[in-house]
Write a protein that binds this ligand. Sequence first.
Ligand code: PMP
Length: 375
Amino acid sequence: MPQLHDRASASQESVFSRMSRLAAQHGAVNLGQGFPPGAPPPFLLRAAQDALGRSDQYTPPAGLGALRDALGADLGVDGADITVTCGATEALNVLALSLYGPGDEVLMLEPVFDVYMPQARLAGATPVTVPMRLDPQAGWTFDLNALAAAVTPRTRALLLNSPFNPTGTVFTPDELAGIVALARRHDLWIVSDEVYDELYFGERPVSLRTLAPERTFTVGSAGKRLEATGWRVGWIAAPPGLSAGLGGVRQVTSFCAPAPLQAAVAAALPVARDSGFYDDLRAGYAARLALLAGGLRDLGATVFEPRGTYFLTALHPDWTAQTLVEAAGVAVIPGEAFYARHAAPHGLLRVAFCKSADDIHLALERLQRYGRGQS
Ligand code: PMP
């Protein structure tokens, strides 16, 4: 038989899929994989119903004009600089294949979102990770000097994520200014994964695009913003004039994202912005974060309060993801899932709060019962 190639060196089943499978097998409450519990907002569903039968054929590979314009207006960029993709995952892949190649190094922070390293490898490049620090008191901190020390003559790009899955970090304007200065000093591309740009709990995150427009490719996701992770509509906002350069790769990865869903997102983006939908979304998540974080602390966990995303990270001396899913009936993601080169902080867990309050209550009850059984 001919050989199969594993160029990504990614695990055959991601830990997110594995934990969802184990959750189903053990009847566990799934606080692992990050997807919302319910349906997307009615204005998005109505827009999709309107689009079916009207927008059903191929769109240009860069995306439906109406969506590129709507995204341009929403992000404050020219619609011509937008490339629509099948989710942020494809956006990141198009950028990997367009920006890095054999011999190049791509700097990223660890913990690292699971697609970044395999995508760099698929492009023939070498992913190089720099660890975030986790201090039980101070929480997660980022060390610009460590990032700077990892730059070599081969470094081609910085790949960053803010708000950051899984740490919940939102980089401060000072940190971002340091990152931009580093990128300019070494003439690096910046890939800024901002899929959680509307999911924050303090100051609105600053987009790297606004600080270094000449070298920043911003990645976004309608799935995250509009609670429709299965729709697979994402985007890249390229530096002015550079989106045409992504066209060749984008054309052969999936050609275009689903046309009716692009049309629906185009119609929904201004509604979401003008109706206060994102404010309501944040308020809903903030309430569920408070519920989950408070409950976990009551059970003896150290919780690192996220500034954004719909995940929190926590440490508990007696818990592992494997025993929780099997014995407590609660699925979470083990910290090791986000580490490849460095050791994960011992006992680190990522817990999703993009779930119903009922599920969070049930999970906390089960954890309490599990704790009683242990003691
Ligand atoms: N980047 C980050 C940091 C994510 O958490 C996710 C989804 N979990 C993605 C990218 C992928 O987003 P999409 O579903 O739009 O492909």
